[in-house]
Design a protein around this ligand. Structure first.
Ligand SMILES: [Zn+2]
Length: 425
C-alpha cells in the first residue's frame, strides 16, 4: 500500500522558484551548510559510528537478495527505516522500500536518495561474510551493501543531530537493478505519477568510492538466442543439424562485427547452454548476449548484426532433410535506456560544489545504473559511491575497505542538504 503524500508543487515550478531566488551560488550554499554545528555533529557521528556501520553492512550482506528474490532483505530494510524514525515506511508490491524524512516545507518536491538492494548472486550462492584485517568480505558487500549502509548512515546522522531539512527526503531501497532485473524497481517507481511528479532530484548510491559522478547513462540491450533442432544419436543420426554448431557459427559471425571506440560500444556472450550428453546431438542450444553503447544508433546496429548472423548461420548448418531443419529465436531480455544529465544541470553544479568544499576530486563517468530511468525521462539524477573502496564486484570474493567511508558519507550528506535546504532554527 502506498500512502498518499501531501499535495506538492510540480517539480518544474519549484525549480523556477528556486532559480528566481537563487542569489547564492551553489558554492555559497554548500559552504554555508558546511558551517552549521549540526553538520559538524553529523560528521562526528559518522566517525563515532564507524564500527556500527560495519556491523550493519555485514548483517545486510548475509541476507540473500538474488534477482527476483529480494523479499527478506526488503523486510530487513523496512524495519531499519522504521527504527530510524522515518515516516510513511512501506514496501510496494515489488519489494521497493520507502521511508520519508519530512521537511519543514511539506509541499516541496522530494529529494530522493536510493540504493539498490538486489545482488547478482543466484539463490544457491553460499554466502559467508567476515571481517579480516580491517576489510569486510562477502558477495555483494560493496555492491550494494555499502550503498544500503550509506542510506542508513545518512538517516541515522540526521536524526541524531536534529538537522531540519526544508524539502522532504525520500529514502529508497529498490529492487531489480542488477542484470536481468533490468532496473525494474526504479522503473516501477518512476511509472507511478505519485512519485515521478514529486521527485525533484534522485541521488543513487551504488558501490564504493567517492571519485566518480555518474551523470551519463549507459544504454544496454540483452538478448537470449535459442537454436532448436531435431536432435538424435551421435552415431546413428550423424548428419542431423546440430544447434550447438549453429550457435557457434552465429557467435563467430556476430563477434566479427566492428564496434567504434567512440561512442564506446561493446558486446559480450556471457552464458551458453545446450545439450544433454556427449553422445547426443542436442535438441537445443541457448546463449545470452549483452550489448552496450553510449549511442542508441550503435545498439540498433548491433541488434541488426545479431539478427543477420542468425539468419546467415542457420541455413548454413541446416541439413537437406526436412526433419533436420533448425529454428532460431532471438528474444530481448533486457533494455536499458541511455541518456545524459545536461552539463548545466543544477544537480551537477551542486555535486561539483560539494566536491570543491570537501577538496575531493571526482570525474564524470558513464555507467548503467538506476539513474538511467529518470535520466531517460529528462529528469535530474546522478549516481555516486558510498565512500571507502571495494573490489571483486560480482564475484564471491567481493570486499569492502571502510577506510575513507567518512568522505563518501560527508559528500552524500552535504549534497542532500544542499538540494533540500536546511531550515534555520
Ligand atoms: Zn550496483
Amino acid at each position: 500500500m502506498s500512502p498518499s503524500p501531501p499535495v506538492r508543487l510540480p517539480v518544474g515550478e519549484s525549480v523556477l522558484r528556486s532559480e528566481s531566488q537563487g542569489l547564492r551560488s551553489a558554492q555559497q550554499q554548500v559552504a554555508t551548510i558546511s558551517e552549521l554545528p549540526q553538520v559538524h555533529d553529523a560528521f562526528s557521528w559518522f566517525r563515532n559510528h564507524a564500527r556500527e556501520l560495519e556491523e550493519l553492512q555485514l548483517e545486510v550482506t548475509a541476507i540473500p537478495a538474488p534477482p527476483w528474490g529480494e523479499s527478506a532483505r526488503s523486510h530487513w530494510l523496512r524495519e531499519h527505516f522504521a527504527e530510524l524514525g522515518l515516516s510513511e515506511v512501506h514496501r510496494d508490491e515489488l519489494g521497493n522500500v520507502f521511508g520519508i524524512r519530512c521537511g519543514t516545507d511539506a509541499a516541496a518536491p522530494f529529494i530522493a536518495l536510493s540504493a539498490h538492494i538486489d545482488t547478482v548472486f543466484p539463490s544457491d550462492t553460499p554466502i559467508s561474510v567476515r571481517r579480516d584485517d580491517g576489510k569486510l568480505y562477502g558477495p555483494g558487500v560493496s555492491d550494494n551493501s555499502s550503498g544500503i549502509t550509506a542510506l542508513l548512515a545518512i538517516a541515522g546522522a540526521m536524526r541524531a543531530t536534529g538537522l531540519a531539512n526544508i524539502a522532504p527526503i525520500l529514502f529508497l531501497g529498490n529492487v531489480g537493478e542488477e542484470g536481468e532485473g533490468d532496473l525494474r524497481g526504479m522503473r516501477q517507481i518512476y511509472q507511478q505519477p505519485q512519485w515521478s511528479s514529486s521527485i525533484a532530484s534522485l541521488v543513487v548510491i551504488d558501490g564504493a568510492g567517492a571519485d566518480t559522478i555518474i551523470a551519463e547513462g549507459l544504454g544496454s540491450r540483452r538478448y537470449e538466442v535459442t537454436v532448436r533442432g531435431h536432435g538424435g544419436h551421435s552415431w546413428s543420426d550423424f548428419g542431423v543439424a546440430n544447434p550447438i554448431v549453429a550457435l557457434a557459427r552465429v557467435i563467430d559471425r556476430f563477434t566479427r562485427t566492428p564496434v567504434p571506440v567512440s561512442p564506446k560500444t561493446t558486446y559480450n556472450i556471457g552464458i551458453i547452454n545446450g545439450g544433454t550428453s556427449v553422445n547426443s546431438i542436442p535438441e537445443s542450444a541457448t546463449m545470452r548476449v549483452d550489448t552496450r553503447s553510449a549511442s542508441v544508433d550503435e545498439l540498433d546496429r548491433l541488434e541488426r548484426a545479431l539478427h543477420e548472423a542468425v539468419d546467415h548461420a542457420i541455413p548454413e548448418i541446416t541439413g537437406r532433410k526436412k526433419q533436420e531443419l533448425l529454428t532460431a529465436e532471438v528474444r530481448i531480455i533486457g533494455n536499458r535506456p541511455a541518456a545524459d544529465l545536461p552539463a548545466d544541470s543544477p544537480l551537477l553544479k551542486m555535486v561539483r560544489a560539494v566536491d570543491a568544499q570537501l577538496g575531493n576530486t571526482a570525474r564524470i563517468q558513464r555507467a548503467s545504473t538506476d539513474a538511467n530511468v529518470p535520466l531517460s525521462l529528462g529528469r535530474q539524477a546522478i549516481a555516486i559511491g558510498s565512500g571507502g573502496s571495494g573490489g571483486g564486484a560480482h564475484t564471491i570474493h567481493e570486499w569492502y575497505d571502510p577506510t575513507g567511508r567518512e568522505l563518501g558519507l560527508k559528500r552524500i550528506l552535504l549534497l542532500t542538504l544542499a538540494l533540500c535546504g536546511v531550515a534555520d532554527e
